[in-house]
Structures are given as C-alpha cells and as structure tokens.
Design a protein around this ligand. Structure first.
Ligand code: IMP
Ligand code: MG
Length: 179
C-alpha cells in the first residue's frame, strides 16, 4: 500500500507573498475602480484568496462569494467527474467575475466551471490561479492571472491538501510517496 508523507518545500512563504502582491497589483490595474466579484473555489483557494484580497487597495470594490466542486475524493488523480456541491449565493449576470483557484491541473474543473458560469451572462469572467501544472492539462483553460508554473508533482500547503491534510502549512511542499 502506498503511503504519503510531506516532502521538501517547493515554494516558500516569502516567494508566495511577493508573487501574491504582484498579482493583486495586476488585477487592480486591469479593473480600475470597477467592482469585481471574487469567486473562491472551496476549499483549496481560501488561503490564497484571503491574502490576495487584502493586497488590493480601497480603490477597487472587491466582492466575495464561494462555490464548491468535487472532483477528486482522496486520490491524487482526477476522476474527470466534476460536480457543483455548493453553488454561489450571488447572481452574477452583468457583473465582473474573477474565479480564484489554488491550482489548475488537468483543467477539467475550471473548464467545466467557467462554462457553467458563462451561461449566467456575467459582464466578464476571468480566472486567477496561484499554481499551474501545464504538463497534466487535458482541456485548455484561459488563465488570466497565474502565480507560479510548477512541474508535475502533487503539492500541499497554503490551502492545498491531500485528503484534507496539510492545508495549514505556510509554504508549498511536495508530497512524497513511500511504496
Ligand atoms: P483539475 O480539474 O485537474 O485542474 O484539478 C483542479 C483541482 O484538483 C484543484 O482545484 C485542486 O483542488 C486539486 N489538485 C490538483 N493538483 C493538486 C495538487 O498538486 N495538490 C493539491 N490539490 C490538487
Ligand atoms: Mg481546488
């Protein structure tokens, strides 16, 4: 049976902090004073989202909503089946929406989500992800803001989990397998 343990740090909290500030500045520059609804994809995005929104200055009205999808269970590989398990509270018609994710892997989750949200006729819809694992992409996703491109490794920390664990770590670590 495979077991998993925490490996070394891939991205330090200092590197994350610097990059999150840069991303916030970019978002701010692109939106001016227009209200933006940040849509956090639960649960992995919450740490990133809470840092990102606190880096935006008061000139941009940031609004907040969440949705949840299930696609993984306790495996490190995508099942390809994506289900909305908690929908938005807010109507998004005519609004500027920015979907905030922890990581884009196969792309299946965001591909599916963005299509569903587009049907609700937002004014604009963008995607902001902290991490991008392009090697594993199965469907293409338009990423508007990307924090870091990472190799094909399973990572945990800073909101990202394996089977519910390690979300609380301030740095991003690689997950190691022991056979
Ligand atoms: P995708 O649908 O394959 O793009 O997967 C997206 C979701 O899978 C992310 O929002 C994460 O919740 C999860 N995921 C993918 N790769 C990792 C990883 O390396 N660590 C933790 N979660 C991951
Ligand atoms: Mg996620």
């Amino acid at each position: 049976m495979k077991t998993y343990r925490l490996g070394g740090i891939l991205i330090t909290k200092e590197e994350i902090s610097t990059r999150v500030k840069e991303m916030a500045a970019e978002i701010q520059k692109d939106h001016g004073a227009e209200p933006v609804l940040f849509v956090g994809v639960l649960k992995g995005s919450v740490v990133f989202l809470s840092d990102l929104m606190r880096c935006m200055n008061s000139s941009i009205p940031v609004e907040l909503d969440f949705l949840a999808v299930s696609s993984y269970g306790s495996s490190t590989r995508s099942s390809g089946i994506v289900k909305i398990t908690k929908d938005l509270d807010e109507e998004i018609t005519g609004r500027k929406v920015l979907v905030v994710e922890d990581i884009v892997d196969t792309g299946l989750t965001l591909h599916y989500l963005v299509n569903i949200l587009r049907e609700r006729s937002p004014k604009t819809i963008g995607v902001c992800t902290l991490l991008d694992k392009p090697d594993r992409r199965r469907v293409s996703v338009d990423i508007t803001y990307r924090g870091f491109e990472i190799p094909d490794e399973f990572v945990v920390g800073y909101g990202l989990d394996y089977s519910g664990r390690w979300r609380n770590l301030p740095d991003i670590h690689v997950l190691k397998t022991t056979a």
